[in-house]
Design a protein around this ligand. Structure first.
Ligand SMILES: Cc1cc2nc3c(=O)[nH]c(=O)nc-3n(C[C@H](O)[C@H](O)[C@H](O)COP(=O)(O)OP(=O)(O)OC[C@H]3O[C@@H](n4cnc5c(N)ncnc54)[C@H](O)[C@@H]3O)c2cc1C
Ligand code: FES
Ligand code: FES
Length: 1297
């Protein structure tokens, strides 16, 4: 064995402890090592592809040049464990704990209510921790950058920012330097601002619930840097680990870390097909999600030629392994020290890097990795191509230099670089005085998102005074399988930089970028428009610059909680991987599992034969099959499951199962289902006589509204662990919001009584309805396997699997006719509602009934006919989702109101007012609206938001700005709270009081981030008159409280709260004699006495809602819902007409939560719900191919709102003096209604688009469907560019589901 092939131990530090790993598996990521080897489960697995930040840890390294320790955040899910050699890793466990001492970063996020389900929290904590380890007093801007790579689905981000801004210099300046010393709670707040009471901070307080009131920053533990753990001295004193040549060998993969260029080239020569990896941010995703296997990895990070940046006189040479962060900081230095005109490329690159991934990726991702991956949407490649960067290649045969031009990329992700060659460095020039370089990027989400289209334009002008184009290079990403350098734009050479040149440029671009109708990526018209818009923007920028240059020339002639998968691994545990169908509609001809069964570490397989035919019915309505036998009706239906000793082996084997299908035509969209009359459920509602009233109206208009599919994207994917104990007994731990449903499902499947199956849920990392029905089925597979093998079995879904299997929010289509009079009063509505249910019934019919009952939102209407159809398609089955059909139908109602306003050319506010419910009005299901606060919410939000004045300012803004437009809109939400069905409206609770007076509370609701446990503990505290510290909740479990209802429909606090109260009442009654005898006793004394007197200290509580006896068929009965929740919202946006980008400038909400049980939790729910709704109406788009394949399978492609998307100003006010006699302590359910208020952003965008169209003299009506993605916004802002693009319907993706 050669010296450089000697095997060494992997050595690194984790939380200050030295780890020496003698048999490292090079296939393992750092995350696998932390969780499985070190049992450090604080670092979470949210996606496995670098897109969510739940796995963020801090890496520290001693920089021997700068003589200081550098810290950077890393996604542990992508970082190979081998790359940790000689480094120090800090995880969330390493910075503090509730048992020892909390770190201020942990304390502040918790106290500021920045953690709901908590699954994202460790990752966010570590991003913030890394930031403050590098900067004692970061600026707000640094914080925004630090969080670019972290997602949260619950909080809406604002409380996190509020808690953490107390670490920033900006906050310090306002609060400390003005003598307030951080004390800003309510009354004694004076900020020293020259605006006095009119300071925006003070105004926020009076307007709503200002964040600072939600916590007292003066009680935070002060941050003391000197208390931080020290960097391991061994790593500082000796460079031994930094300079060591490494070889790690595993069963399938070998890992090398050479120390010199020569050794690197020899390894590349010796191991053809070896992968050079630096950040592993591309390769890690290929291995995990594309099933790629590479036998050899080479880490070049010790080779100086690849790791240095040389700033020369003529050019800058950047080593291929230099990280993107290093480039950014070096370029920033160059910009500071060299003349402006020389550094235009550096400036463009720095600007682009801000929008390139998140901080975790930029800290480790390399320039070489980006270039060599050859992604057609790489953000930097268009720049390198436009400027003609020189690439230094090297191999044992010697070096060569190639220009990065149209010949470099030979096809999709292939280059001219030979297999034995490496990319050593890239060399870029400085710009000359007459040279301008601009780059643009448009993506679905502004931050941490890959581009739809990006481009760079490099123009050199002649020195003569008329500024003719002397040379021009234009490169685009996202317009072809490779980064494309447009050839014919060279024809612009010699032209003056004017409108004639611009017109010619458009034509040349259209010729050069011929996207076919079925081009992968779809959005053909949009992408062509973007390419032209980028050119246009460059034209405007350069024109402005030329004017400046010109005038200068004249003048001078010169970004702890335990979840299911955190449960310790059992010795004999098996891991499960499902075998799924890969086609949407087909007959199964054969299934061959022979190769899979021979795969290493496979122990067993579950197939259809393992389930008796009479127990194979699955799903909420039992209209599904556990294991498909003959017919496939959707992709991702289960054909079986593999059991292996580890997850990777199970997943690998599952991919080896060969299935032969006979394909049938699938139904994918609502339109296709309507045509095929494929409906699984129909319902109608008739109230008054819509048809005859319509005939009497002054006007009748018809319209259409559509809403899209929304993925739940809870941060914790589905996970199940089933442990067989004795005989038929099973303990099941799972991520379910309907644990009783799981118990029922498993009992039926296995034929075991429910009393032997204990389902336990400690907490769930977000659910939003998505964990109601699927766990029933998936817990079944795992339980079946556990019973078959008599071993514990675990199934943890990968993010892409979770997204494709478990369904989401139903897309809807509404077709309506509205009859109204000249005054705007609506008298009749006829509406058809269609939803895309997927292949089975699930909860689709219930969602449809909710949608139907909310179709008029806050409109008081006396004549309405609604016809609803649940469409059966060949898509994964859709299911419950926060709001349950109401976010869709209330959106349609708001569309109707706006259509009326626009038809009559009246203000929407007036139309809304004239049609709004008043106290006692009847709904379309004959239920009187009592305690009707909708008008109060509406009028208050108009005042708080200064709506009318701002509308005027916006008009002025729009007149003054050609390519940016603003819009403002207001909307209401009237939401019926309740399931609408009797049997489900019940709850139980169990209170156990121990001799020491401590209380253990168990109730039937699942804590998933909605603050349920806190509210329930508050109720016990209030009822028993004891401090909250005496009360503990541990888990929900079917062996403690039976027959619980699902934790859904915003009803969990209402139902369980009353059951908890009932249990407290029982205990209080029993304690009466004891208390009467000793009125001045303490709680502990009373309990002790009660025990001695043999009084029972445990009680079960129970509650049932009064009956809802409404009959859908006859539209008669007392009531459908328990009570109503009201809210109103104003949002203002600014759109970029050229790209379709937008920013929410301000949102004001007034919400009626009754007499809030916990205002901080309620405000958190409002903000979190709003941001999720914002995703639904504006941003989140599931791309589905015509054959029914889900293409957006992870955070990389499916964009949920990030930190940078929340409204710049967000004011939430709780309606004062509201109470609700129908719920515990007069509170109101809050989980769902605020989500709907986010459609105000959609309508504000629509207003902005209207302004753009008006300016472009586009008079035709337009339909904007939700979500209002960048693509839809851009294409609706019709202008001279969009008119040039004529493309037929895309055959790549379906337009509407
Ligand atoms: C969540 C996420 C977000 C992202 N966002 C963006 C984005 O906004 N814009 C964008 O452009 N990209 C983005 N990327 C892609 C990726 O981060 C970049 O391409 C990154 O620069 C790759 O560098 P790396 O060191 O991690 O590559 P690695 O994964 O280590 O390697 C990538 C490829 O390059 C080859 N390679 C690396 N170095 C050399 C060399 N010296 N010679 C020959 N071959 C070499 C490897 O063999 C491999 O095939 C994102 C990725 C993720 C996971
Ligand atoms: S789990 Fe690593 S980024 Fe999502
Ligand atoms: S608290 Fe952030 S995802 Fe739940």
């Amino acid at each position: 064995m050669r010296q450089d092939e000697e095997k060494v131990d992997l050595v690194f530090y984790v939380n200050g402890k030295k780890i020496v790993e003698k048999n490292v598996n090079p296939e393992w990521t750092l995350l696998m090592y932390l969780r499985n080897k070190l049992s450090l489960c604080g670092t979470k697995l949210g996606c496995g592809e670098g897109g969510c930040g739940a796995c963020t840890v801090m890496i520290s390294k001693y920089d021997r040049n700068a003589l200081k320790v550098k810290h950077y955040p890393v996604n542990a899910c992508l970082a190979p464990v081998c790359s940790m050699h000689g480094l120090a890793v800090t995880t969330v466990e390493g910075i503090g704990s509730t048992i020892t001492k909390l770190h201020p970063v942990q304390e502040r996020i918790a106290k500021a209510h920045g953690s709901q389900c908590g699954f994202c929290t460790p990752g966010i904590v570590m991003s913030m921790y890394t930031l403050i380890r590098n900067h004692e007093r970061p600026m707000m801007e640094d914080m925004n950058v630090a969080f670019q790579g972290n997602l949260c689905r619950c909080t809406g981000y604002r409380p996190i920012i509020e808690g953490y801004k107390t670490f920033t210099e900006d906050w310090e300046q306002v609060h400390v330097s003005n003598g307030i010393n951080g004390k800003i709670s309510g009354v004694d707040k004076q900020n020293g601002c020259a605006m006095g009471d009119k300071c925006c901070k003070m105004l926020n307080d009076t307007n709503g619930v200002e964040s600072d009131k939600m916590f007292e920053s003066s009680k935070f533990i002060p941050y003391d840097r000197s208390q931080e753990p020290i960097f391991p001295p061994e790593l500082k004193l000796s460079d031994a680990y930094d300079t060591q040549s490494l070889v790690f060998r595993g069963d399938n993969v070998s890992w090398f870390r050479p120390t010199t260029l020569e050794k690197l080239l020899l390894l590349v020569e010796k191991y053809p097909g070896a992968k050079i990896i630096v950040g592993n941010t591309e390769v890690g995703v290929e291995v995990k999600f594309k099933g790629q296997l590479y036998a050899t990895f080479i880490q070049p990070t010790l080779v100086k030629e690849l790791t240095q940046i040389d700033v020369g006189r003529e050019t800058i040479r950047i080593g291929a392994a230099v990280t993107l962060d290093e480039i950014e900081s070096t370029f920033k230095d160059i910009i500071k020290t060299r003349p402006e005109w020389e550094t235009r490329i550096c400036k463009t690159v720095v600007e682009k890097l801000h929008w390139f991934a998140g901080k975790q990726i930029r800290s480790v991702g390399s320039l070489g990795g980006n270039i060599m991956t050859g992604s057609p949407i790489s953000d930097l490649n268009p720049i390198w191509m436009a400027i003609g960067a020189r690439l230094h290649l090297n191999s044992v045969m010697g070096p060569r230099i190639v220009k990065m031009d149209e010949n470099f990329y030979t096809g999709y992700r292939t280059t001219i670089v030979n297999s034995n060659e490496i990319l050593e460095a890239i060399e870029i020039p400085y710009t000359s005085k007459n040279q301008f370089v601009y780059a643009h990027k448009q993506s679905r989400r502004r931050e941490d998102d890959i581009a739809i289209v990006n481009g760079a334009i490099n123009v050199l002008f002649s020195e003569e005074a008329d500024y003719k184009v002397e040379d021009i290079n234009v490169a685009f990403g996202g317009m072809a399988p490779i980064t494309k350098l447009t050839k014919s734009t060279k024809q612009l050479i010699g032209q003056k930089w004017d409108e004639t040149m611009l017109e010619k440029a458009y034509q040349l671009l259209l010729n050069d970028l011929p996207l076919s109708e079925n081009a992968p990526g779809g959005m053909v018209s949009y992408r062509l428009s973007l390419a032209m818009s980028f050119f246009f923007r460059t034209y405007l920028n350069i024109s402005k610059q030329l004017t400046i240059v010109h005038s200068n020339a004249l003048n001078q002639a010169t970004g702890e909680a335990v979840y299911t998968d955190d449960m310790p691994i059992y010795n004999n545990e098996l891991q499960m991987a499902m075998i799924y169908s890969k086609v949407s509609h087909a007959k199964i001809i054969s299934i061959d599992v022979s190769t899979a069964l021979m795969s290493p570490n496979v122990v067993d397989i579950i197939l259809a034969k393992d389930i008796p035919a009479n127990r194979n019915a699955a799903g909420w309505l039992e209209d599904e099959e556990y294991i498909r036998r003959d017919l496939i009706t959707s992709q991702y239906q289960v054909l079986g499951a593999i059991l292996a000793t580890d997850q990777q082996s199970a997943q690998r084997a599952a991919r080896l199962v060969k299935v032969i299908y006979e394909e049938l035509t699938p139904i994918v969209t609502i339109d296709q289902a309507i045509e095929a009359k494929s409906f699984s459920f129909k319902a109608k509602i008739h109230y008054g006589n819509a048809a005859s009233k319509m005939a009497e109206c002054n006007h009748v208009i018809s319209g259409e509204a559509r809403t899209g599919y929304q993925e739940h994207f809870y941060m914790e994917p589905h996970a199940f662990l089933v442990v067989p104990t004795q005989g038929q007994e099973l303990n099941i731990y799972c991520t379910s919001q309907d644990h009783n449903g799981v118990s029922l499902g498993v009992s039926k499947l296995l034929g075991i009584d429910q009393n032997k199956i204990a389902i336990k849920v400690k907490q769930v990392g977000g659910a939003f309805g998505g964990k109601e029905t699927p766990p029933r089925k998936f817990a079944g597979y795992v339980a079946l396997a556990a019973m078959k093998t008599r071993r514990p079995v675990r199934l943890v879904m990968d993010r892409d699997e979770d997204m494709c299997v478990t369904g989401g929010r139903h897309p809807f289509l509404f077709k309506y006719k509205v009859g109204f009079n000249n005054d705007g009063r609506i008298h009749a509505i006829v509406v058809e509602l269609y939803s895309n249910a997927g292949y089975s019934g699930d909860k689709s019919y219930k969602a449809m009934l909710h949608a139907l009952s909310h179709i008029n939102n806050s409109i008081y209407i006396q004549n309405l006919s609604g016809f609803s159809y649940v469409c059966k398609t060949n898509l994964p089955t859709n299911t419950s989702y926060r709001g349950f059909g109401n976010p869709q139908s209330i959106f349609a109602a708001e569309c109707m109101l706006r259509d009326v306003a626009e038809f009559l050319k009246k203000d929407y506010v007036d139309i809304a007012r004239i049609n709004m419910f008043n106290e006692g009005d009847l709904t379309i299901y004959n239920q009187p609206i009592v305690n009707c606060n909708i008008r109060r919410c509406f009028e208050e939000v108009l005042i708080h938001s200064d709506f009318h004045q701002r509308k005027l300012s916006i008009e002025k803004f729009n007149q003054e700005n050609r390519w940016k437009k603003r819009g403002i809109d207001v909307m209401t939400c009237t939401y019926g709270i309740g399931y609408g069905f009797d049997f489900i409206q019940q709850a139980g609770a169990l209170i156990l009081i121990y001799k020491d007076g401590s209380v253990l509370l168990t109730h039937g609701g699942v804590e998933m981030g909605q603050g349920l446990n806190t509210k329930m503990v508050q109720i016990v505290s209030r009822e028993l008159g004891i401090p909250v510290e005496k009360i503990h909740t541990s888990e929900v479990a079917t062996d403690k409280v039976p027959n619980s209802s699902p934790s859904t429909a915003s009803m969990t606090s209402d139902l369980n709260g009353m059951a908890v109260k009932n249990a407290c009442d029982i205990i209080n009654n029993r304690l009466v004699p004891v208390k009467t005898k000793n009125p001045n006793g303490t709680w502990e004394e009373w309990i002790f006495t009660a025990y001695n007197q043999r009084i029972s200290l445990s009680a079960t509580g129970f509650y049932r809602e009064p009956p809802v006896n409404w009959n859908w068929d006859t539209n008669t009965g007392d009531k459908l819902y328990n009570y109503f929740s009201f809210g109103a919202c104003v949002s203002e946006v600014e759109i970029d007409c050229l790209t379709g980008d937008h920013q929410v400038l301000r949102t004001d909400i007034v919400m009626d939560v009754g007499n809030s049980l916990n205002p901080a939790i309620d405000v958190g729910q409002i903000e979190g719900g709003f941001v999720q709704g914002y995703g639904m109406y504006v941003m989140e788009e599931m791309i589905v191919s015509p054959n029914g394949t889900f293409m957006s399978k992870g955070p990389g492609a499916y964009k949920i709102p990030g930190f940078g998307d929340i409204p710049i100003e967000f004011n939430v006010a709780l309606l004062k003096n509201s109470s609700n006699p129908k719920a515990v302590y007069s509170s109101k359910a809050i989980g769902e209604p605020p989500l709907i208020l986010a459609s105000s952003v959609f309508f504000a965008i629509r207003e902005a688009i209207k302004a753009a169209r008006k300016e472009n003299d586009v008079v035709e009506d337009f339909r904007l469907h939700a979500p209002a993605t960048a693509e839809r916004i851009r294409m609706a802002c019709q202008d001279h560019i969009t008119k040039k693009v004529k493309v037929n319907k895309s055959t790549w993706k379906v337009e509407h589901l």
